[in-house]
Design a protein around this ligand. Structure first.
Ligand SMILES: CC(C)(COP(=O)(O)OP(=O)(O)OC[C@H]1O[C@@H](n2cnc3c(N)ncnc32)[C@H](O)[C@@H]1OP(=O)(O)O)[C@@H](O)C(=O)NCCC(=O)NCCS
Length: 536
């Protein structure tokens, strides 16, 4: 048990860290900031150390009365932040630059103080079991806890839904991008300025491709591929086709770029890529995924620069309803990041550590996302749901659904959308999609089936005696929402996941170069090496 004084001190430091962590918080926090900012810089450095509390994926929210803060309050608060105390830097790049020295210092301090401390043991099982549980990389943008689920810069999915700038009810992915890059919840103005920046990049890309033949090579490359080429292969190929535009690679080739400037070009490439991907994805969708002649098109999509990233993406694909735009905002927000060890994030991180530019690095991430045990699971889920509908013919009684699930296992397949390498509970990304469905489409027939499966599958998986996590993950629910709003082509679903994932993977890529991360090079061993070590 902590003594009262220790607990008070800990809570004060925690409160201080919460303030620093999300500087733009409700006014009662900004009052507190006044006394902090007038105190010494050592207080600040202590506070930033307390942020490491998130290393366990948990935080004490007892003091947080912002949970029920509605949008109105959030806007009210933003206008209340005193300018003199809380300089508003609208330009994201400058804000990142401002943070770099203190972050580098912080990382140095961690290395100096704890560099030789152990943070885990590695067993042979871990080495032979896909490196599960080995703490082996630094990844700042999000942290996954087996029971709490994902936290983006310390914020859970419901907290993101509540605190990030919204157009309607769902958060804008632009606001998430800002949060991931700066560790600060953006003001509405900051989100708007980033939205504009991304839409300008998108507009320049489309105009360039439409007006300048040498700039439309990505669309030519895509048109050269057979229409039946998997959309994920097309998206990855598109990334490589656009690599020609990499400012980082151009500058690196000149041989005069300073190491401390790397991140600036990685930033430009990353934001360009984040802006371009929805356009390329919409092109892939309309050219090669949709079947109906009247919806098909091989034209370069038109950007509406007044819209937000997600709404524009939805519109370019041919879906202009507000509900579909809302779904796209939610979809692009929740799929963006899932800490660093998952295949797509890790692949991007690994390739980027060799100083491969964002186009090359993210293409690698997409290739990993295209695997059925990772991102492609969302496509597999919808195929499986359609198979269930065909087999069960509307009979979703517990007994028939259970038999269907058992037959899936008997046929040697996994139940797609269930299980997770780290999570040990229902994925909060599943929960928020379920809440969306309950609100917008409670009577959808396939949603009824998904709900029934939620009651049945965990028990069937538990009965196998080997599945570590019998609960649904994000992929178990995304497809049913998309098909409800008309996006019925399941082979496109992982592409949408990829568009979203660029936000997380590329944010970390920028930070990795800004903070001077090392090239990745873990040690591998042979099976003989293990036998020799234990003298088998
Ligand atoms: C996500 C996944 C790859 C995690 O794998 P993992 O960390 O090895 O999971 P576990 O430790 O629980 O696996 C133990 C066993 O249970 C099996 N298992 C796990 N999830 C299962 C599922 N949904 N259906 C059937 N079997 C499953 C594994 O295949 C493994 O079997 P094995 O020992 O015969 O090889 C796995 O749960 C899976 O294949 N899920 C379905 C695909 C999916 O939804 N992927 C998206 C993830 S976000």
């Amino acid at each position: 048990m902590l003594s009262n004084s220790k607990r008070c001190a800990r809570e004060a430091l925690y409160f201080l860290s919460r303030f620093q962590h999300h500087e733009q918080q409700p006014s009662r926090y900004s009052k507190f900031s006044f006394s902090i900012s007038s105190s010494s810089s050592s207080t600040t450095s202590k506070a930033s150390f307390i942020n490491n509390k998130y290393i366990n994926g948990k935080r004490n929210d007892d003091n947080n009365d912002t949970t029920n803060m509605n949008k109105k309050n959030l806007n009210y608060y933003h206008s209340e932040v005193p300018k003199s105390n809380n300089i508003q830097i609208e330009d994201l790049k400058s804000l990142i630059e401002t943070n770099i020295p203190s972050q580098i210092l912080r990382l140095k301090e961690i290395k100096t103080k704890f560099g030789n401390e152990k943070i885990g043991d590695v067993t042979v099982n871990m080495v032979m079991g896909g490196m599960r549980g080995i703490v082996g990389m630094l990844y700042e943008t999000s942290l996954l806890d087996a029971n709490d689920g994902i936290r983006f810069r310390g914020l859970t999915i419901p907290e993101l839904q509540e605190k990030l700038t919204k157009k309607d009810e769902e958060p804008l992915p632009e606001a998430l991008l800002f949060l991931l890059l700066t560790n600060k919840v953006p003001t509405d103005d900051q989100t708007e300025s980033l939205r504009k920046d991304l839409m300008e990049r998108a507009t320049r890309f489309v105009q360039g491709a439409k007006n300048n033949p040498s700039k439309k090579n990505v669309f030519d490359v895509l048109k050269a591929l057979p229409e039946e080429t998997h959309p994920m292969t097309q998206l990855s190929a598109a990334c490589l086709a656009m690599q020609n535009d990499s400012e980082f690679s151009r500058m690196y080739a000149k041989g005069t770029m300073k190491k401390t400037d790397y991140w600036k070009y990685i930033y430009e490439d990353s934001l360009n890529l984040i802006a371009k991907l929805p356009i390329v994805a919409a092109f892939i969708y309309k050219r090669s995924c949709v079947v109906e002649i009247e919806r098909k098109s091989s034209d370069i999509p038109t950007v509406d620069a007044d819209l937000d990233l997600a709404a524009n993406f939805s519109q370019m694909m041919g879906f202009s309803s507000n509900e579909c735009k809302e779904l796209m905002r939610l979809y692009l927000t929740i799929h963006a990041d899932h800490e660093g060890g998952n295949v797509s994030a890790h692949a991007t991180h690994l390739v980027g550590s060799a100083l491969s530019d964002p186009y090359l690095s993210f293409s690698a991430g997409l290739n990993g996302l295209a695997g059925p045990l990772h991102g492609l699971a969302n496509q597999e889920v919808l195929k499986w749901l359609k198979e269930a509908q065909e087999t069960l013919k509307g009979d979703y009684s517990a007994e028939t659904v259970k038999t269907f699930v058992e037959n899936t296992l008997k046929s040697g397949r996994v139940v797609p959308g269930y299980g997770h390498a780290v999570l040990r509970r229902t994925d909060p990304r599943y929960d928020c999609q379920r809440a969306f469905a309950l609100k917008h489409m409670p009577n959808d027939e396939m949603f009824q089936l998904v709900s029934r499966l939620y009651e049945i599958v965990p028990e069937v998986l538990k009965a196998t005696g080997k599945v570590q996590n019998p609960w649904p993950n994000v992929d178990a629910h995304s497809g049913v929402l998309l098909q409800h709003f008309g996006i019925k082509e399941e082979n496109f679903y992982t592409v949408m996941f990829g568009v979203s994932r660029s936000i997380g993977c590329l944010s970390q890529l920028i930070l990795s170069r800004a903070h001077g991360y090392a090239i990745e090079r873990p040690k591998s061993v042979t099976s003989e090496w293990i036998e020799d070590k234990f003298k088998i």
